[in-house]
Design a protein around this ligand. Structure first.
Ligand code: ARG
Ligand code: ZN
Length: 452
């Protein structure tokens, strides 16, 4: 908001009122400055994709409904230039465009008024490939022997569709994905249709709740797809046949985890749940893709709990900047500990003690949880385990009732939105009725091993 006001003020000073100005090429995230764009707010993506796993040929038409936040002469979308844009229209009129690295720059035929809704259609295609993250992980369109393992945190979304790819611009999505009929295409949300014509099948998925683009997925393979009601939840599970014999109870296993977390954190925020299990152990991580996490192996109880807890913490409530990723990973790790305690696998005390036991000289205690120092450290232990310990210490400090009130209020107040560490501290202090700045300073912002 502050930034928008500053931009508006600058526009008044430097350009005449009717000229408008170009949108920012980034959303201003200190860890990923090129991510996202300014000048508009995306509301809905309709992605029509056609994919051939054999040749890795992707053809896409992205229809993006958005609203301007300023009078706009030009705006950017994020898309890697290994994919070639064929045409762009804005409100039905041809727009000029250029591709510069990961930026697609679009100039509509006429400037767009401030606060106006507009629709951009981008036709594009090519042979997508993943990116390498600062931590060395593959991210984005990760090819497999029979399709694609598609995980997009923190920057993979730009490897397969144009968008406003920063977590602060959430939108709803519809995916219509056409693949050879020997394959299945799985995405977020609800499967609404499946149509076969000739030897190709189109899968349509509707994700009706707002979603950050790093949580989208279109994963493709020879999956076994099941769609069942587990307790209150529509549970759609896609499993690689190579892993099928270990996944026979996977859909059912969602029920007790979601019930338990609903009792602690408030109602499950989405219309369906499930999993994508693709045999790609070399990927090395799972991801909490919204409604339907993706796993490179059949998840253990703790991994399942971790990714499902993210549906509340990370997916429904999303940080505002990457450095605040402890709001995702610390919370999901703590929930994992709670679930392991609940099922008698390991007590909460044992999990907390294990993490706390690291020597003070360890990197773990020298890295501030709420800003681990740069994008290479986003998914390291100080974010996960020290983040979880921070919550455990907070619980000890304020007591169980206040602690779970804080978590539930967090999930309710920021449902489908973004919130930052400052808001979490403010909420904790409000619920606890006391100043906690010294406590949070020691746990989140300063190096060193705080007393537990
Ligand atoms: N958020 C994921 C999880 O902990 C981890 C994603 C790791 N991504 C990466 N590029 N290293 O559930
Ligand atoms: Zn996680």
């Amino acid at each position: 908001m502050k930034r928008l006001l500053a931009l508006a003020a600058a526009a008044l000073l430097t350009v005449s009122a009717s000229a408008g100005s170009p949108g920012d090429p980034g959303a201003g995230d200190p860890y990923f400055p090129g991510q996202g764009n300014g000048g508009y707010d995306a509301g809905h993506y309709d992605l029509a994709l056609d994919y051939n796993p054999g040749s890795n040929a992707l053809n896409g038409v992205a229809t993006i409904s958005a609203r301007t936040t300023q009078e706009l002469t030009r705006f950017n979308l994020d898309l890697v230039d290994t994919l070639k844009v064929r045409s762009v229209t804005v409100d039905g009129a041809a727009a000029s465009f250029s591709q510069q690295g990961t930026e697609l720059v679009v100039t509509p035929a006429a400037a767009l008024a401030a606060g106006a809704g507009f629709t951009t259609v981008v036709s594009y295609g090519g042979r997508p490939t993943h990116v390498l993250d600062p931590d060395g992980s593959r991210d984005g369109w990760i090819r497999t022997s029979d399709g694609v393992f598609n995980a997009n945190e923190p920057q993979g979304a730009m490897t397969w569709y144009p968008g406003n790819h920063h977590m602060t611009d959430k939108a709803t999505y519809r995916f219509a994905v056409t693949v050879p009929s020997t394959r299945v295409a799985v995405a977020n949300g609800d499967l609404t249709s499946r149509n076969t014509g000739g030897d190709r099948t189109t899968y349509v998925w509707d994700a009706r709740e707002p979603m950050a683009s790093y949580l989208t997925t279109v994963s493709i393979g020879k999956f076994i797809l099941t769609d069942t009601k587990v307790g209150n939840f529509r549970t759609i599970v896609a499993v690689d046949p190579k892993l099928a014999k270990d996944a026979t109870t996977l859909a059912q296993r969602h029920g007790p985890v979601l019930d338990y977390f609903s009792s602690l954190f408030g109602p499950y925020p989405f219309s369906s749940t499930g999993a994508i299990v693709d045999h790609e152990p070399n990927v090395g991580y799972a991801l909490e893709t919204q409604t339907r996490p993706i796993y490179p192996v059949v998840p253990s109880e703790s991994l399942l709990a971790h990714e499902l807890a993210h549906q509340w913490f990370g997916d429904s409530v999303t940080p505002s900047r990457w450095q605040e990723i402890w709001l995702n990973e610390g919370f999901a790790t703590y929930a994992e500990w709670l679930w392991q305690d609940k099922i008698g696998q390991r007590t909460l005390q044992a999990s907390a003690d294990g993490a706390y036991a690291r020597p003070e000289t360890d990197e773990f205690w020298q890295t501030p949880t709420a800003d681990p120092g740069g994008p290479a450290a986003l998914f390291h232990d100080p974010v996960y385990d020290r983040g979880a310990l921070t919550l455990h210490a907070l619980r000890g400090m304020v007591g169980d009732t206040a602690f779970f009130t804080i978590l539930r209020t967090w999930a309710t107040d920021h449902k489908y939105g973004n919130a930052d560490t400052a808001a979490f501290i403010e909420l904790s202090e409000r619920v606890a009725g006391r100043d906690l700045s010294g406590f949070f300073d020691a746990w989140l912002f300063k190096p060193g091993k705080p007393a537990l």
